[in-house]
Design a protein. Structure first.
Lengths: 490, 823
């Protein structure tokens, strides 16, 4: 089925197809850089476009100008209850304390208890009159800008695999994250910063950890680089004990060595790429501390985000991460993942409200609400929302019943809410619905494949064509599933 | 054992049927058309080709390579220098650069067989097994944590890693290597079955309590075994047929589940490792434990008696002794009236006669009754009260809070004088502890007589540690106590022998087809079997667990299996040249890439068979070939035709893997710790978990071992070298990517590791070369790069060394492309 393997390997051919699809012109700078980065993998056997060694993250814009250039993904780890936030269920108030007829006797953690009313009052908001809970009053004010998807479903009711599924399109470990796919496809607008940054929550990383921003089997250059306002990138500066003179000498000797070596192997693009990587690293040594330094942000901005809230240090820390997210997209970083909530901890550190849901959500809501809302407003005021897609997501939802003997809700992968806002998104709509008690999606039932296909679509990428060969399979973010959710497109 | 029979698709494989086996020729008498694919056909050896240039080839490999080059109008490159070849072959076979002494000896040698001697030396080196095991561990995605939900430590995974290293070092014939990994528990290589359970897995506590979650988790874990087996040995993506028939290869969804059925009795878990050392330790441990128990019973004769006007120590969770005057008894009743919390729990009641015999044991015919039980099967059951096994997981629990009773009825009357009881003799639990209780005895037809109760014990106080039950004993017990203490120390050392995360084997479940792969939509039952296109592996429907694995192992390693040998020789080829003759090493299916040199692949597969499946024989052939000996320099004509050197007109250079890079730095610095085997050294302050990994910056000596001995945490890349495309052990990595990132540059230039090893390297140079900067530069180049510096290089570096010492030079060398790439 394959032609002469020497001329063009199938993966190479696919890549070329992809490149045409991605860049339109096979000779653009972007495609050259992509080719340069991938050539080391033996994926491109034939034509050898010259590498632009100074631009390993060169932009690779799709042919048709897409609605969104960048993505900020607010990832709420631990499974936010749709019933306490965006999915208003008045019937659940009426059925408070009654058993759920035909409901599961046992859910993830154990025996199910009785139906429990939403733990926060809901009220209509904005022009659309969308009912949203008092848990998140600041975000609630933005509902006119948001496209809600209320009928999402997941393949797993376990945090780790479900986060894998949301972030990588499979419940298993080891697959590329959405952000890796995006930076692989589109490169970056920034030549001084990584294309893809993951900002962990100040409380810790989510259950599936680095899987959420890992490269899987894509080249490592496309992985998310974790950094936050409080945790910069490692190894930005030489360790103590190395004098500036020694450091400069080592750098100078290295440049000479690598340049000489390249002279004897002039055709080897990998050697050029290595030289370029040291140059980009040197630029990052300046750009990363600069971008992490929020001291130049005016006081009103800090106040708007809640970054000055001395009563709630976790909120202030998350707010600083929100400001960082804005600064990163401002400088052209392609994909920013902003985590809210850490790993499973009985609901103490994330949204996993099994036991004392109300008490814990009071705390978590305060951390998320004002900073995230301020981020969206700030993006809008700076005109960045026109080219930035904001995604709010969580791995699954929660049951309408309380667990037996507890004041919290168990995992529910059968119907939950995520939303989109910003570039290319139809503002003020709600797509799909759960049943009247919020147990299952019943109207326009959608999967996270569909959700991810829609995100790629808004970036100008066709989820069926964005592929990478691994172990004999042309892998996609959406496996063999997924349809773009048209109802949320502007 | 019923070895599976290899029954052939005669037409397809071009071979006769196995002796006594019926001919199998597809459902309609002919192979399905989808079956025609090169790799499914029998290995067919063509004659070794003639070449126009007869002087260049050194062995048969070269004639295959040269014939193709000549056909394409290309010529081989000149030989690499002797120094380049030595560096290349040493890095390639051992992952560590040659020492200057080895370099000198080889360059100055006039022995015509000098290369052969080098290769023999390298293959005999323990460093070889460590290096090539890493390639295999990549494929099977080995790690020392469980991945997935909590990523906790998998503390006894490493016996499998050590097994792989040993297997390479010993040159275990490949077929045997495969069989050991599927059923080594039956072949005297018990750790080898670690292969089956290398994947990430949800542990029981992390799976939902609801039935669908439990079924899905089981399916996911079985899928990993099928995927691993299919990819690793057959180079087939069988896992693609989990939800639907394979889109490219002739593997139906039914056949996927037939493959799954081979493993339907395999569980992810840890078991005792049955190797001679562990067996001996375990046998000794049993003897010591018996002796301790006997001594302990002796000592119980010397504790203060109950109801003797003496104040006795308060109760504790482990062991309490009720001693009383010898009394005749047919029954003993233990009544609990209060606990420190919840329903009472007892792990064992022993009733001793004056000769220390436990007459209450179930094995003595004693029957137990109770006031009522909380039953958790295999954990809390009434029978555990006198089953001779200790610990919470073999205990009785009452069904009432704070109260309950047990009656033990002996088959006949005995004279008894002690009752021993505990909550958890293993010491894990001290809740549910009886704090107010009474012990009574009765003879047939007699009333209950109280022989002991808690009234003369010090009151139990929550939050305090109760004293040892032997803290007050009669002086004559002192020597026995001392003996016991000594034996307890011995027992701790023996620790029950080594455990291994190498799978647990039980009666297989029934396997069903699952519609769309959904465990909630089971279809018809499926028996173990292999994809029909590859032949037939006959397993009786009632085959037990080990017979299933054995049958599959036999079938996989039958010399007539067209895939197993080809896939392996191709992986070895890839290890040497960076790319296989089939560049998709785990996909020999229709979606994979066809071999560049199909005849060479089949010749190698045949030669491999003839050599007794010796992997080292393959290495020798390859690294002593003229093909391997070529320079890696480019030439414009060939570059324009075959930039990747897929036809091998030059040696294709490649970057060292992350592990080799770290090992090479340690070796150059003179810091490499050559200790082999055993538990992995720490890369972080944690050995598992989700976050908060603080990297070890400055390693102790144990952390300066080769990186294959690092405790591999899934998903958490090693802080410096992880960025060099080190697999995260989530999915199989049959071929490492080679990407270049600024994070690599930051790590390699600015890490403490680099700084420390540069300093050590500089010290070594000054020590060995003296103070002269020129000599220092020359030695640094010879150690790091295996060559003398050119005059310009010497000039560049000499001044720097004179001004600042060799440290900046060493740091630059460790970061240089030449150091990172094979010459």
């Amino acid at each position: 089925m394959t032609g002469d393997p020497i001329r063009l390997l199938p993966p190479g051919r696919h890549l070329l197809d992809r490149r045409r699809f991605l860049s339109g012109a096979a000779t653009s700078m972007g495609s050259m850089a992509l080719a340069g980065l991938l050539r080391g993998d033996g994926l491109l056997a034939a034509d050898r476009p010259p590498v632009d060694p100074a631009r390993p993250f060169a932009p690779r814009p799709p042919r048709v100008r897409p609605p969104a250039k960048n993505v900020i993904m607010i990832f709420c780890a631990g499974a936010v209850s749709q019933l306490e936030t965006w999915d208003y269920k008045p019937e659940l108030i009426r059925h408070d304390g009654k058993p759920l007829a035909g409901g599961p006797p046992v859910t993830f953690q154990g025996p199910a208890g009785e139906l429990a009313r939403p733990q926060y009052p809901f009220r209509p908001r904005g022009e659309t009159g969308k009912w949203v809970s008092d848990l998140i009053p600041h975000l609630a004010e933005l509902t006119d800008d948001i496209a809600f998807i209320h009928s999402l479903t997941s393949k797993s009711n376990t945090h780790g695999p479900a986060e894998n599924f949301l972030s990588t399109g499979t419940v298993l470990d080891g697959f590329p994250s959405l952000g890796s796919w995006v930076s692989y496809a589109l490169g970056s607008e920034s030549q001084d910063l990584p294309a893809y940054v993951a900002i962990p929550d100040p409380r810790g990383v989510p259950q599936a950890g680095a899987n959420n921003w890992g490269p899987g089997f894509l080249p490592a250059v496309f992985q998310g680089t974790p950094m936050s306002a409080s945790q910069p990138i490692r190894h930005l500066t030489p360790p103590a004990g190395i004098s500036p003179e020694s450091d400069a000498t080592a750098r100078h000797l290295l440049q000479q060595m690598n340049a000489r070596h390249l002279e004897t192997h002039p055709e080897d693009g990998r050697l050029e790429a290595r030289i370029a990587s040291y140059e980009l690293a040197a630029r990052m040594q300046l750009s990363v501390p600069e971008i992490l330094d929020l001291s130049g942000e005016p006081a009103p901005v800090l106040r708007a985000y809640g970054a000055d809230d001395s009563r709630l240090p976790l909120k202030a820390a998350f707010a600083r991460n929100c400001i960082l997210a804005r600064r990163l997209v401002e400088r052209g970083v392609r994909m920013v993942q902003l985590f809210n909530g850490a790993y499973a901890s009985g609901g103490e550190l994330n949204w996993d409200g099994h036991n004392k849901l109300k008490e814990q959500y009071d705390r978590h809501g305060a951390i998320l609400d004002q900073p995230a809302a301020a981020l969206i407003r700030d993006l809008r005021e700076r005109g960045l929302l026109e080219e930035t897609l904001v995604v709010w997501c969580t791995e699954f939802g929660r049951m309408p019943m309380f667990q037996k003997g507890s004041m919290g809700r168990d995992h529910n992968p059968d119907g939950f809410t995520c939303w989109l806002a910003g570039a290319g998104v139809k503002a003020g709509v709600s797509v799909g619905a759960t049943d009247e008690l919020g147990r299952k999606a019943v109207e326009n039932v959608l999967s996270l494949y569909d959700f991810n296909a829609t995100i790629l679509h808004l970036l100008g990428l066709d989820h069926e064509k964005l592929t990478f060969e691994h172990n004999g399979i042309q892998r996609r973010l959406t496996n063999v599933e997924g349809q773009v959710i048209r109802g949320v497109l502007a | 054992m019923h070895p599976g029979r290899w029954i052939l698709l005669a037409g397809l494989l071009g071979l006769g049927p196995a002796a006594g086996a019926p001919l199998f020729a597809g459902p309609e008498g002919s192979p399905p058309p989808a079956a025609h694919h090169w790799s499914f056909e029998a290995v067919r050896e063509s004659p070794i080709p003639e070449t126009r240039d007869s002087r260049w080839p050194l062995n048969s490999i070269d004639r295959f390579i040269l014939a193709r080059l000549e056909a394409e109008g290309l010529t081989p490159s000149p030989s690499a220098t002797r120094a380049e070849w030595l560096r290349r072959v040493t890095l390639d076979l051992t992952g560590i650069p040659p020492q200057p002494s080895e370099l000198d000896a080889f360059i100055n040698s006039t022995d015509p067989a000098a290369e052969v001697r080098v290769v023999d030396r390298l293959l005999a080196s323990p460093r070889y097994g460590e290096r090539w095991a890493q390639h295999w561990l990549d494929v099977v995605r080995y790690a020392d944590t469980h991945g997935f939900e909590v990523n906790t430590e998998r503390p006894n995974a490493w016996p499998y890693r050590d097994y792989v290293i040993r297997a390479f070092s010993r040159d275990t014939p490949y077929g045997r290597f495969v069989r050991e990994q599927l059923c080594g528990d039956l072949l005297g290589e018990d750790a080898a079955t670690g292969f089956l359970v290398t994947a990430s897995v949800l542990l029981p506590g992390q799976i939902g309590k609801d039935e669908p979650s439990i079924r899905l988790a089981r399916q996911d874990s079985l899928d990993e075994i099928v995927v691993n087996t299919g990819q690793t040995f057959l180079g087939l993506s069988i896992g693609c047929a989990r939800c639907h028939d394979h889109k490219f290869d002739p593997v139906s969804q039914r056949e996927y589940y037939a493959m799954q059925a081979f493993f339907a009795g395999v569980e992810y878990g840890e078991r005792d490792l049955h190797d001679p050392d562990s067996e001996a330790r375990r046998a000794e441990a049993v003897r010591v434990a018996d002796r301790i128990a006997a001594l302990q019973r002796q000592i119980t004769r010397h504790v203060p008696a109950a109801r003797s006007e003496t104040n006795r120590v308060c109760v504790n969770g482990r062991l309490n002794i009720e001693r009383f005057q010898p009394v005749a008894a047919r029954r003993v009743r233990f009544t609990i009236r209060e606990t420190n919390s919840l329903e009472p729990c007892l792990d064992e009641i022993e009733v001793l006669d004056p000769e220390d015999r436990n007459v209450a044991a179930a094995s003595e015919g004693t029957r137990a009754t109770s006031s009522g039980d909380t039953v958790v099967p295999d954990r809390h059951e009434l029978r555990h009260i006198h089953d001779g096994r200790y610990g919470n997981s073999r205990s009785w629990m009452s069904n009432e809070k704070g109260r309950g009773w047990i009656v033990l009825e002996f088959p006949k009357e005995h004279i008894v004088d002690r009752v021993l009881w505990g909550r958890d003799r293993e010491g894990q639990f001290d809740d549910r502890l009886a704090t107010d209780y009474r012990v009574e005895v009765a003879v047939d037809g007699g009333d209950w007589i109280c022989v002991a109760d808690s009234s003369d014990r010090t009151r139990f106080l929550a939050g305090t540690t109760p004293p040892d039950p032997f803290s007050i004993v009669a002086p004559e017990a002192a020597p026995t106590l001392r003996e016991r203490r000594r034996l307890e120390a011995t027992a701790k050392e023996l620790d029950g022998g080594q455990r291994a995360f190498a799978g647990l084997f039980r009666a297989p479940d029934t396997t069903h087809m699952l519609r769309r792969g959904d465990p909630e939509q089971p279809g018809e039952e499926v028996q173990p079997g292999v994809p029909a296109v590859l032949g037939l592996c006959h397993v009786p429907g009632d085959a037990n667990e080990s017979a299933r694995r054995t049958a599959l192992a036999q079938w996989l390693t039958d010399p007539r299996n067209p895939l197993t040998g080809r896939v392996w020789v191709n992986r070895i080829w890839q290890g040497h040249f960076g790319a296989g003759l089939v560049p998709t090493p785990s996909d020999f299916g229709r979606n994979g890439v066809r071999p560049t040199h199909p005849e060479l692949l089949d010749w190698l597969a045949g030669e491999f068979q003839r050599s007794g499946e010796s992997t080292k024989h393959l290495h020798r052939l390859i690294v002593l070939s003229a093909t391997y000996r070529q320079s890696s320099r480019g030439n414009p004509v060939a570059l324009s035709r075959d930039a990747e050197s897929r036809l091998l007109w030059r040696f294709p250079s490649r970057r060292m893997e992350a592990e080799s890079l770290r090992d090479a730095m340690l070796s150059a610095a003179g810091n490499l710790n050559a200790a082999m085997y055993g538990p992995g050294f720490d890369l972080f302050d944690l050995r598992g978990g989700l976050s908060g990994f603080k990297p070890v910056e400055s390693f102790p000596v144990s952390g300066l071992r080769r990186m294959v001995y690092a405790h591999k945490v899934r998903r958490e890349p090693e802080a410096v070298f992880g960025a060099f495309d080190c697999p995260d052990a989530g999915q199989s990595t049959p071929r490492r990517r080679e990407s270049t990132t600024p994070i690599q540059a930051l790590n390699l230039f600015n890490s403490t590791f680099t700084a420390e090893q540069s300093a050590a390297f500089a010290r070594r140079i000054r020590q060995e070369a003296g103070d002269d900067p020129t000599r220092q530069v020359r030695l640094a180049y010879r150690i790091a790069l295996g060559r003398e510096p050119a005059p310009g290089e010497l000039a560049d570096a000499r001044d720097a060394v004179a001004r600042l010492g060799a440290e900046p030079l060493c740091r630059a060398l460790f970061n240089s492309s030449e150091f990172l790439f094979l010459p």
